[in-house]
Design a binder for this molecule. Structure first.
Ligand code: GDP
Ligand code: MG
Length: 225
């Protein structure tokens, strides 16, 4: 067993080397003016469903999207994205609970960065580990579905503190659950008062256009920066 101070030093080294590769990823994204979103959530909140709803809207506006799928096992989500006819790349982490910058660096070898406006990275479903690893993204977007309980921003603060936007998904279920959406928002804003909040349902499409508009705006801001 490593003594505690050695473990901390190994973790620090891992994060420092991750940061160096993340910076290199970011410079590739900047060079090609690609807007990059790192999607975080627990398993099942609706990350892939949100992409399935947003990407067709972006395609209609001639915005070129690509998805990197991060999963512990299987390419099931990649198959869902492939059905949208946009490029995608699967990372299977084989047990690792998060994506890191090196995994993204490797996957970029398979992606045509010259022909891309927006890259979505669907991280491994987990509200803890992915928050420590910068991938070179423009921002993190945390998805919380209303079935998960209003206390989650307080219990997993880093995911909310480090994100630019929070997408509250499955609002169609509000009528059959006791969830308190105002409490979710209050708790999330108590962790990060700059968090931009979207309320959506991938079942009814409510809020989906507004979220897509937001991504479209970010693509244009990036393009003209
Ligand atoms: N009722 C409802 N179900 C949803 C919604 N969004 C996703 N789901 C369902 O939630 C489950 C998990 O969704 P998925 O997109 O795979 O979540 P991910 O693991 O975060 O990528 C699937 O069965 C979806 O059909 C929604 O807005 N409302
Ligand atoms: Mg998924």
């Amino acid at each position: 067993m490593y003594p505690e101070h050695k473990k901390i030093s190994i973790q620090r080294n891992a994060l420092e080397s991750n940061e160096i590769i993340a910076k290199s990823n970011k410079s590739k994204f900047e060079l090609n003016k690609i807007f990059v979103v790192n999607l975080l959530s627990s398993p099942g909140s609706g990350k892939t469903s949100i992409l399935e709803h947003i990407i067709p809207i972006l395609k209609n506006k001639n915005i070129k999207a690509c998805v990197i799928e991060g999963d512990v096992e299987t390419d099931l989500d990649k198959k869902r994205i492939d059905a949208l006819n946009v490029p995608s790349y699967q990372i299977i982490t084989k047990g690792t609970c998060h994506l890191d910058a090196k995994m993204i660096d490797k996957s970029l070898l398979n992606i045509d960065l010259n022909n891309l406006d927006i890259l979505f990275i669907e991280n491994v479903g987990n509200l803890v580990c992915p928050t420590s690893f910068n991938l070179g993204e423009d921002f993190k977007a945390v998805v919380l579905s209303i079935t998960e309980g209003d206390d989650k921003p307080l219990k997993y603060p880093a995911a909310f503190y480090k994100s630019e936007i929070m997408i509250i998904n499955k609002i169609d279920l509000l009528k059959v659950l006791d969830s308190n959406i105002e409490k979710i928002k209050e708790n999330a804003l108590s962790i990060n008062n700059k968090l931009k909040i979207f309320e959506v349902s991938c079942k009814t499409n409510e809020g989906v256009d507004g979220l897509a508009d937001y991504f479209i705006k970010q693509v244009f801001i990036k393009r003209h920066r």
